[in-house]
Design a protein around this ligand. Sequence first.
Ligand SMILES: [Zn+2]
Ligand SMILES: [Zn+2]
Length: 423
Amino acid sequence: MEIRAVRGMHDLYGEELALWQWTENELRKVLSSFGFKEIRTPVLEQLSVFKETVGDETDIVEKQMYTIEKESETLVLRPEGTSGFIRAVLEHQLHRLPGTQRYYYYQPMFRHERPQKGRLRQFFQVGAEIINDSSPEADAELIALLDAIYKHFQITEYKVCINSVGCKDCRPQYKEKLKDYFRPHLASLCELCQKRFERSPLRILDCKRESCKALAEKAPVITNSLCSVCQGHHSKVRSRLKDAKVDFIDDPSIVRGLDYYSRTAFEFTSVLLGAQSALGGGGRYDELSTRFGAEPLPAVGFGLGMERLVMVLQEMKKHTPPKETPFVFLAPLGVEAFNHLFSIGIELKRVGISNEMVYDAEKGLKALLKAANRVEAAYAIVLGDDELKSGQFLLKDMKAGTQESLKLSHIKEELLGRRQRAS
Ligand SMILES: [Zn+2]
Ligand SMILES: [Zn+2]
């Protein structure tokens, strides 16, 4: 058997995991100061949660979903977070609770695509969603939150690109305008865009192929085709972003990959990862709930790629999470001292004093102190036959190199006191 993780899926451990954990904690701090509460949904959902919501024509459903057939059900490893979130909201009637509600999730997602830098088959996403609020202020707040997250990590090299994708009243006319524009050039579009032409011509605008990009640059922009309601919404979002002191640029190519967006769409891009690439993005999706057969539900959200955020932090080398080292190293000399320190060690762990001990009573003092240094313990406790007889132990300060003789019966209090002074 070959010992290897599934392609495009990574194990996390050691220093890299420490950075992830630190990043996660910092993220939770920002999210909670913006009033967002966590929600957790299962990794597996019914295929219908994504099929009916995302629309058959999208790449995700076409070839990227991991599916499991079990007892005549087709289950899917979630490829994105929003559909499962809305499924949970509708199932538990969270939208019936009064007032604006803010949720976030931090979960792994799964897509069977070609693995590359910053794009894995199992990837972690932080999503934030505001429901029950159709105001442009909600959109602006959410963009300001994503902006605050990158600022919190002192990331400065990114752009906030915003756009409006219209609504079901004004988008169809714009789609027709776009098709009229692209029709004479159909042959110069890439194969995928030719497929998109009939049903999702907007998606041609965010194609990364040079030939498509060149054509898209001269295409009519949607912001000139918005209905008056969408226009009012969009200009309010823009002015609220200015009020919130969020720098942004208007980018008509932001259409988002998924079809359920309406009005506000946005993307945060950065050159920090080499080519211009997305750090995160989102938009308004009031119509998503209707595809579950429910009433329209005002909702706006974003997704942030954790792998990319952590990669940026690694490049910056600014954030070094504190190393976890034991407070005390236990160094028994002889079997009797070993027996004593074993039970003391467990007792100290119970009261929250981290400690380590080599489970080998034969080791000599020199080897033990070497081990204490290797694990970077702050203190070492040395206990031998002489100390045992006099009811004392030696406490060695590993950094200062000093040591003192203390009462064995007070060992817990001594260490608790020292740890308190150290923190
Ligand atoms: Zn509209
Ligand atoms: Zn294309």
